[in-house]
Design a protein around this ligand. Sequence first.
Ligand SMILES: [Zn+2]
Length: 232
Amino acid sequence: MNKQDSLSKTSKDLMLKEPYYGFFLLMLHKSWDDKIKTAGVCKNGINFQLMISEKFWTALSEEHRLGLLKHELLHIAFQHLTTFTMFADKKLANIAMDMEINQYIDKDWLPEGGIDIDDYSDLNLDRRAGSRYYYDKLQQAQKDKKEQGSSGDENMDKLLNNNGYIIFGNDLKDPIDIEIARDSKHPIMLQENYLSKKFEKYFQVFKKVIPRNECRNPSACCGCYFSIYKKQ
Ligand SMILES: [Zn+2]
């Protein structure tokens, strides 16, 4: 089944199981975009647009596809695209909104890595509250973590830590360069496929590989790798 057919199938399955979402599916323009890591919704005129990474989608199980689609539709149903602008801290707003809507999704349907309120039980958060409530609680958690070293919940501490950018630059070497590189006391030997694999889990903001002939010492390195990744 190709990606389009599998997305249509999941849409139909969701409508049959939970007809309420059919209304939002009608207004949804779907597009594929591998520049995004997972999926997202945005406004498109008077309608909404769903963007999905094909790589992400095809790796999901049927149940997780249903959960992902329902998750994105819940963002629309809960007016998150409008209220998002009212929150100053966009990272916390994203977490708060996911925390709010994922409570309406069956746990078996939630893809790995989704925000689950049960993971932060030490914060004693109210259930089925609004995203403003969770946003305020997250701001407090961030403040406590800054001032006291912990938000009071280990998982929340980890979640709040997980941000920032990685800026990376290094020479690349082919096996034929290794002896020369050793002689020139230039011992770091990296290859592009190794680096790409290492950084796969991060969102790629920028990447450039400078070819051998443009490098400063073409006899000892086969290229230079520059990249910026966003942790998310
Ligand atoms: Zn979301």
